[in-house]
Design a protein around this ligand. Structure first.
Ligand SMILES: Cc1cc2nc3c(=O)[nH]c(=O)nc-3n(C[C@H](O)[C@H](O)[C@H](O)COP(=O)(O)OP(=O)(O)OC[C@H]3O[C@@H](n4cnc5c(N)ncnc54)[C@H](O)[C@@H]3O)c2cc1C
Ligand code: FES
Length: 283
């Protein structure tokens, strides 16, 4: 670890760690230095247990940054060994984290911001929404989840602005994908900026909508991470570039996790098409 990364190592203390649903937990950490430095869209690498096992820290977005209380909040879904171990951490225990990491969202001069979140991807959007409203901007949230139980922070968003909710099973809101209310909204109104986080199919749909509408959009990407600080190249992702190939790889942990929608490539450019659209034409 480089010296500048080592400076981001912090011992935090668990304030609360409780289930919101059987497999989704809300973790609150006392972390004054992190809360003072972090910005929405950044993430932390969490050492889920002291000792050697598991060795790798796990990446989690900052759901809320409370500078006054010196606290940060994380919402995490239990999907494997690391997140399962994390559920056992109790109030008062210490947790070592590395952060804040990554670039975070850039709200620019946007006055009306659309936040589009799918499933656990809703988590980092609340911090962005809170900052936006504190700065006197307006927000509209589009939240989608499998079922109503997984619609994170709906009430918190409703305190900040207009909210549209959809679920896969129709248990809360319309039975639809979250791109649907966004498209409906954009038929009559304009957004200055869209911030999106969620599963890849949702991000692809967002990119397509933003491209078609000519709306600026930033997407928070998720890749499997080893180090979280740009050293292992495990999180490389292709983005458009002025190179012979038309793309370069960037590190989601270090160059992202937030990228402009118009630069991300969810599939690599077709090599044959780039050579003039005909393969096998040269001897
Ligand atoms: C920038 C970023 C922010 C994230 N924010 C959140 C969040 O706010 N809430 C949340 O529930 N989840 C979030 N994730 C996903 C979360 O990191 C994984 O679910 C978690 O690492 C799984 O760990 P595990 O040990 O339980 O699972 P395992 O599958 O046992 O993990 C094995 C290894 O793979 C890595 N890994 C597994 N899944 C992912 C994944 N989806 N992304 C990155 N690494 C992964 C683990 O870190 C670990 O090193 C985020 C991921 C990234 C990259
Ligand atoms: S996780 Fe190691 S370079 Fe990104």
């Amino acid at each position: 670890m480089l010296r500048e990364d080592a400076r981001k190592l912090q011992l935090t203390s668990v304030v609360d760690n409780r289930p919101l649903t059987p497999d989704v937990y809300h973790l609150i950490l006392k972390a004054p230095k992190l809360a003072a430095e972090a910005k929405p869209g950044q993430f932390v690498m969490v050492k889920v247990a002291p000792g050697l096992e598991p060795t790798l820290r796990r990446p989690f977005s900052l759901h809320r940054i409370d500078r006054e209380m010196g606290q940060v909040e994380i919402i995490y879904q239990v999907v494997g060994r690391g997140t399962d171990i994390l559920t056992a951490r109790r109030a008062g225990e210490g947790i070592e984290i590395l952060g804040p990491l990554g670039n975070g969202f850039c709200l620019q001069e946007a006055k009306l911001i659309g936040l589009v979140g799918g499933g656990m991807g809703i988590a980092p959007l609340l911090a962005a929404a809170e900052q936006a409203v504190q700065e006197g901007r307006e927000i509209v949230a589009f939240l989608g989840a499998r079922t109503g139980d997984y619609l994170l922070a709906q009430e918190e968003f409703e305190r900040l602005g207009q909210v549209f909710v959809v679920t896969d099973d129709g248990s809360v809101g319309e039975k639809a994908l979250v791109s649907k209310p966004l498209q409906d909204y954009l038929q009559t109104k304009q957004l200055d900026l869209i911030l999106g986080c969620g599963p890849t199919p949702m991000l692809k749909a967002l990119k397509s909508i933003a491209d078609t509408q000519g709306t600026l959009a930033q997407l928070s990407l998720e890749q499997r991470m080893g180090c979280g600080v740009g050293a292992c190249l495990g999180c490389a992702f292709p983005v458009k570039a002025n190179t012979p190939e038309g793309y370069i790889y960037k590190r989601v942990c270090y160059d992202g996790p937030v990228f402009w929608a118009h630069e991300v490539l969810f599939s690599l450019p077709n090599e044959a098409a780039k050579q003039g659209g005909c393969s096998g034409g040269q001897s």
